[in-house]
Design a protein around this ligand. Sequence first.
Ligand SMILES: [Zn+2]
Ligand SMILES: [Zn+2]
Length: 730
Amino acid sequence: MAKIFIGVAWPYSNGVIHIGGVAGCYLPPDIFARFQRMKGNEVLMVSGSDMHGTPTTIKADEEGVTPVDLANKYHELNWKSLQKLGSSYSLFLSTEDPTHKEVARDMFKKLYEKGHIYEKKMVLPFCEECGKYLPDRYVEGTCPHCGYDAARGDNCDECGKLLDPEDLIDPRCLNCGETPVMKERTHLFFRLSAFERPLWEYLKDKEFWRTPVIKATEAWLEGGLRDRPVSRDIDWGIDIPIEGHEDKKIYVWFEAFMGYFTMSVEWAKRQGEPDKWKEYWQDPDVRHYYFLGKDNVLFHTIFWPAVLLAHGDLNLPYNVPANQFMRIEGEKFSKSRGISLSLDDLLDKFPVDSLRYYLTVNMPEIRDADFGWADFIAKNNGELVATYGNFVHRALSFTAKNYGEIPKPGDLEEVDKKALAKIEEQWKKVGDHLEVCEFKAGIKSLMELARSGNQYMDTKAPWSQIKEDREACGTTLYVCLRIVQALSTMAYPFLPHSSGRLWKMLGNEDTIEEHGWEDALEDVAVGTKLTRPVPLFEKLELELEEEEEEETNMMDIRVAKVLSVEDHPNADKLQVMRIDIGTEERTIVSGLKGHYENEELDGMNIIVLCNLQPAKLRGIESRGMLLAAEDGDVVSLLVDGSGAEPGTRVMGTEDAPILQFEEFKKLRLRIGLGTKKGVQVAPNHFIDLETPEGKLVAMFFSGDDKVFPFKVGDAYVSLDKEVAPGSKIT
Ligand SMILES: [Zn+2]
Ligand SMILES: [Zn+2]
């Protein structure tokens, strides 16, 4: 029995976990941990949310909340989704955890005292308007390489080049727009350059690492290591524990990976054995595995090992089986662009093991992979359901129906023996692959056993055997159930949820978790009662397109012509309008008094929500609601400038059932401003959508990251008056 440490990349707490990240770094460690536990090893697997850093403060500014509230919100959400995925962490907290802060500060201090961290002057952008030094990502300007006008002080999102704030042409403060000045400031640096030789030494016996990982690491080392800043001028993070630097925070890159260690300390505390972390971190025989995406490799093969070497007395990574990227339908996966789907949404839509299957069989271990919707459905229906699910269902239901229990085998023929030998053959293959973190090959070897089970059953044809020779048929089914039991055990690391169900369908009283990897080869308990099984997996249909547009489908929004306007007889602030909505004339009551004169409105082509629940307003029934944007005192009607006929629908909306006012209030309808960077919906928030520059556009938001502009034919719906981007449409 061995001890194994598994570190899993820390999800950022400035957004939800997307499916690309699951395939990249959250699912593989779980498969590995489950396999190792089954083998009887003790696994310590830790991670948590990376709460600090400027991406969190920038997002918090955009959403108008504090960084801690934003980080906590995403931490909770992500932790919930990871649990739904089945992630079996020993501990998952966050970098806001008190033990993390304390232990990270201790590590920092120790490195400083040992001389690995030192003071150095640097020149930083300072905003005189805001009265503070600006973190790199708070400086925006034109990229000197590609001319993109919204590059940040650390890198250009357009061409991907790394930048320093002083490289930017025409730099501005992201807070206030003023031009920052460059000022000298003392910061703390980690002496990374001192670890070049020790790291080459460390890499010497790592020839078993994945090719892209070792290549990236060697290329970086060949370029030479430079010392790196580890303190920062920012309000959100962990205080520097060094005198004279109390006004700065530990740079997040330097602090987050310490979490692997700090969480181990906290885990030991919670075990009631505060020194237990030493068993994992100080025994050189304990192997440390780190799972992460390719963008994170150098932090785990160079920076973190250097910190561990500087600290001394702690184990270095044994293997860093980093994955490449999973792109969504060919587009490079990127959280910041909002094109991918969140793990939480997918788990709501699909069975968890269907997702786990697809992400494993398509895992980007050596090359980038694509998440394709049609491919996902095809692999689920054609492999998981048609091969694995179909075999176990045929075997179990035929046996339950005809025998009611696991039948006793008679004499085994050659074909039976071969089928049983196949179990051991595939069991060995799956185990060998898992041992070296080849998950894709592992699950393929597992499926081969299911495939051979199907073939065996077809060859033996128990449905014919039962008519002639009940005992021979019993032997066939016995062999089938041995394969079923092996599948249930061997599939457990990959597909734990369905494995547990299958285990129960075999009539077992205990749980799959109580069984080890070797148990796949165990005999079945002859005589165990079987009940009719339920199918293990379900076929999926591709209905995503419709679901994505669900929220717009709830609305029937049309161009309407105002036929007449009168004051409401019983209310000073209301008007009564007759409008033509194409199919009929209607009366609606509006509250535009003080913003629009009755004469002004007469004859206008406005935009009306037609399927809103009719409501009586001071005695007059209003059937529908005109849409207008509100920005403080300014109210602006949404109008059609394209000359469309009354009744023309705003694209994406359709004949929809009655919408209650409460439901309508939940829909997010907003005004954005077209800019070069996309549609602006808040001072610092842009959505990746191309609309005419300088034009105000009305939009619906659907889910987390979908936006549909209000269009009539090819034309965008216009606004009658200027309002600020982000204004609500009511
Ligand atoms: Zn660029
Ligand atoms: Zn400023």
